[in-house]
Write a protein that binds this ligand. Structure first.
Ligand code: PBG
Length: 328
């Protein structure tokens, strides 16, 4: 065995030019998906306190907001809807309104940027009066099969407005099969389905719930989202969604779950997305603000970890600053 002193790994990293022969490239902008929060009304561009640099936008403000990211070559946007409290009800039926903010936003974006891939979050929690991801029984548990009916309608309303891809995030059993079936029956067999296939019950969604005003009034989401203490079930969640017909799988959150991304990568040949969630975004900013690290370097390092673990797509709030953060 040849070892030190003949073998010196530092030879391979002695200067920037030599290092760049071996370093893998940063993922390109086309691998990044930018989540956007769409609200009702007009001329609204409200800063989200817990997510500096991100805004709640009314439909008329979106095209201007995404122009630079589109020019930089971003891969897709992922739309999240918001509604006023008076439109919320126990079943979250405002989520499938063809005149809703998300449905209108899809139409507008597709008109201005026909080649931009438009994805939509399909869930009910921003539209239910109680803030859970489906209708509740008398004990406060989400009714799985009832939720599917409303998720189907919501996905169909997005596909009808022209979404390229619907992304169910409610963690209901059978939601992929159910939505795929509904899309196919209605002639949307080309609409992609990206499943939030392994979505953990996570404390890293805090800033998002502030943005969306979707914190459950009572209880939490542990009855439907995945426990972070059960890795086997976490893998089953995604593999079942593959069987149900998902086109793209996802692990969410991302930075605490690199093992799940890596293991899934070895068990599926479907494209895999990592969702770099709101808490993961905001904590970097908070640390940098305190002078505890350089923001750009921390972001590059953490996002590259998602790539090494095996994700093909990166859903991240950093996407709108691709050149600034990721261009070499
Ligand atoms: C809705 C949904 C959530 C997120 C994406 N879709 C919140 C939740 O489940 O409470 C979180 C996104 C983020 O934190 O960036 N079901």
């Amino acid at each position: 065995m040849i070892n030190y002193p003949q073998q010196r790994l530092r030879r391979l990293r002695q200067n920037a030019s030599i290092r760049s022969l071996f370093d893998a490239p940063m993922p390109g902008p086309e691998k990044f998906i930018w989540p956007l929060f769409i609200c009702e009304g007009s001329r609204r561009r409200e800063a989200i306190d817990a997510m500096p640099g991100q805004f709640r936008l009314s439909t008329d403000m979106i095209c201007r907001e995404i122009e630079r990211a589109v020019q930089e070559g971003i891969g897709a946007v992922l739309l999240f809807g918001l509604t006023e409290d008076e439109n919320k009800n126990p079943n979250g039926t405002a989520s499938c309104d063809s005149q809703g903010a998300v449905q209108q936003a899809i139409l507008l974006i597709k008109k201005s940027y026909p080649h931009l891939v438009v994805m939509t979050d399909v869930c009910l929690c921003a539209y239910t009066s109680h803030g859970h991801c489906g209708p509740l029984d008398s004990n406060g548990n989400v009714l799985n099969d009832e939720a599917l009916i409303h998720l189907n309608h919501t996905a169909l309303s997005h596909a009808a407005a022209g979404a390229d891809c619907v992304a169910p995030s409610a963690m209901m059993d059978g939601q992929v099969q159910s939505i795929r079936g509904a899309l196919d029956r209605e002639g949307f067999e080309n609409t992609l389905l990206m499943s939030y296939s392994t979505k953990f019950a996570s404390s890293f969604y805090g800033p998002f719930r502030d943005a969306e005003n979707s914190t459950p009034g009572k209880g939490d989401r542990q009855g439907y989202q995945q426990s972070f203490r059960d890795d086997k079930q976490a893998l089953r969640e995604s593999l079942i969604d593959e069987d149900e017909g998902a086109d793209i799988l996802m692990v969410k959150p991302s930075l605490s779950y690199l093992d799940i991304i890596y293991r899934l990568r070895n068990e599926t040949n479907l494209p895999l997305a990592a969702y770099n969630v709101s808490g993961e975004y905001s904590m970097m900013i908070a640390a940098a603000d305190r002078g505890w690290g350089d923001l750009r370097s921390m972001v590059r390092e953490s996002i590259f970890g998602l790539r090494r673990a095996g994700s093909d797509l990166i859903i991240s709030y950093w996407s709108n600053r691709y050149n600034e953060f990721f261009k070499d």
